[in-house]
Design a protein around this ligand. Structure first.
Ligand SMILES: C[S@@+](CC[C@H](N)C(=O)[O-])C[C@H]1O[C@@H](n2cnc3c(N)ncnc32)[C@H](O)[C@@H]1O
Length: 186
């Protein structure tokens, strides 16, 4: 399942990964985003294995132990309670199943991170204003990156939820991070 699937681009990649004999669910809270996903999937060769679902990451409409893999891409930073969303990912996973989160993180090189935050605070909102007339959405991006826990803390939160073998892979000097956790047999 691709939780917080938005326009369905990761959902498509998951379908390619599992192939025609698999099943993929794309779930999002926003019917508008799902409508865009529906359009994006219209001519996709594996469309038949994808089910788009309107639902809340913090109360997933699926029974316990249903999925082999769950992924949440740029979603944990956007839900109102990331711990509750992680609890839900854990609940719907089968034992030995893996949860993956891809999210913006906090870059570590000292000078680079100052420049990055300046870029996020000034250049990105200005670009947003010029091209979309919506500065606020891009200011939100900056603020949400600052308030989202550090990637090492996210590792700790995965472990608190009950995930095992939790790994954090930092990408592009920590601009983004991928967390992977496994649900153990209880
Ligand atoms: C930044 S977008 C990421 C979309 C997609 N995963 C991607 O990488 O392109 C975040 C998405 O999370 C969705 N979202 C926010 N809160 C949610 C929730 N509680 N449950 C499900 N989806 C949610 C939004 O509607 C939005 O589509």
């Amino acid at each position: 399942m691709d939780v917080c699937c938005g326009t369905g681009m990761i959902t498509k990649d998951l379908a390619r990964k599992v192939g025609p004999r698999g099943n993929v669910v794309g779930l999002d809270l926003s019917p508008e985003m799902l409508a865009v996903a529906e359009k994006n999937l219209a001519d996709f060769e594996l469309k038949s294995i994808i089910q788009l679902v309107n639902g809340n990451a913090m109360a997933l409409p699926f029974p316990d132990n249903s999925f082999d893999r769950v992924i949440i891409g740029y979603g944990l930073r956007n839900v109102t309670d990331m711990r509750q969303a992680l609890r839900e990912l854990y609940r719907v996973l089968k034992p030995e199943g893996k949860a993956v989160s891809l999210e913006l993180a906090k870059p570590y090189p000292p000078i680079f991170n100052k420049l990055y935050y300046l870029y996020m605070a000034r250049i990105v909102p200005l670009t947003g204003l010029i091209f979309t007339s919506n500065k606020e959405a891009y200011l939100y991006l900056h603020d949400s990156v600052l308030t989202y826990p550090h990637q090492y803390e996210v590792t700790h939160i995965f472990e608190q939820i009950g995930f095992e073998e939790v790994n954090c892979f930092e990408l592009s000097w920590g601009i983004a991070a991928v967390h992977v956790g496994t649900k153990p047999y209880s």
